[in-house]
Design a binder for this molecule. Structure first.
Ligand SMILES: [Zn+2]
Length: 287
């Protein structure tokens, strides 16, 4: 064999090695950036088993859970990178804290007080039945500058698979209850319970003027309600542009409240935190 031949074989070997390394890096980057692929996301056997005994849940509500594997299409670009064109990140450097399943008179006021102390605006994804039961809390959330989000009437995890009429009725009824409690404040986001998105539910939310709001960071505060774990996961996984999911309702949230005493000072030192823009995010951008 000539030396030129040997050199060509060496070059091919080097190129092959570079290709393998590059694909390994791409795979690793993808896994890290997608927190839903975190092993925690798939490690629980069932929702019933995941809820610790003795923790009451609001009537009709159930815990959030990870979406089924393969749901949605990724990525679609900044801010529209969730399933079916929903928002998984804020589309900019701002980190958005979101609180689901409330309002709850036990915990929502505590969380509002903490957000006031650290001068943070957040987004509240509310259950319609809770909004109807506690209108003064909805009013307070809106008056303090937080963004309002529809989280369905009764936390129906399978709403996305129901008929177009059923989806539309549920979403419209929920938005109406929120608007009745806080007149003049827009309800421009929808979050599907459990993150069980379907094309149909995203389309109906869009028809009602709402952008579908997914999330990137999930400490699963409903599953293992230990403040240190919640705080560690949120402070570790939150990055520029993250939408962070926590809960102010749907069960006992004392650990989430405790965790916020760590999370809020930590994140405010590292990121700009803000509510998602109320009513300025045209749903037409997310077809
Ligand atoms: Zn929920």
């Amino acid at each position: 064999m000539t030396s030129a031949h040997n050199a060509r074989i060496l070059m091919i070997a080097v190129l092959a090695a570079i290709t393998i390394m590059a694909s390994a890096y791409t795979w690793k980057s993808g896994s890290v950036s997608n927190s839903r692929k975190h092993p925690l996301a798939w490690s629980f056997p069932s929702q019933a088993a995941a809820v610790p005994p003795g923790i009451p849940r609001a009537p009709g509500t159930q815990p959030d859970r990870a979406r089924p594997p393969g749901a949605g299409k990724l990525p679609l670009g900044p801010g529209t990178d969730g399933p079916f064109g929903s928002r998984r990140t804020t589309g900019g450097p701002t980190v958005a804290l979101t609180f689901d399943d409330g309002p709850d008179p036990r915990y929502t006021p505590q969380m509002l007080a903490l957000l006031r102390r650290y001068q943070i605006k957040a987004t509240f994804c509310m259950i319609g039945a809770n909004a109807q039961a506690y209108p003064s809390l909805v009013r307070q959330i809106a008056a303090e500058g937080h963004t309002l989000c529809n989280h369905s009437w009764s936390h129906d995890l399978t709403l996305g698979s129901r008929s177009q009429t059923e989806i539309q009725t549920d979403l419209a009824r929920t938005s109406a209850a929120i608007r009745a409690a806080a007149p003049g404040f827009p309800v421009s986001y929808y979050r599907q319970p459990g993150g069980n998105w379907t094309a149909a539910v995203v389309a109906e939310a869009h028809n009602l003027g709402m952008t579908s709001l997914d999330w990137a960071v999930d400490p699963r505060d409903w599953e293992k309600p230990v403040a240190a774990n919640i705080a560690a996961l949120v402070t570790t996984e939150t990055a520029s542009g993250s939408i962070v999911l926590m809960h102010d309702g749907g069960g006992v949230r004392t650990e989430t409240v405790t965790a916020l005493h760590v999370i809020l000072p930590d994140l405010t030192q590292r990121f700009q935190l803000g509510a998602l823009p109320p009513g300025t995010d045209s749903p037409q951008q997310h077809n």
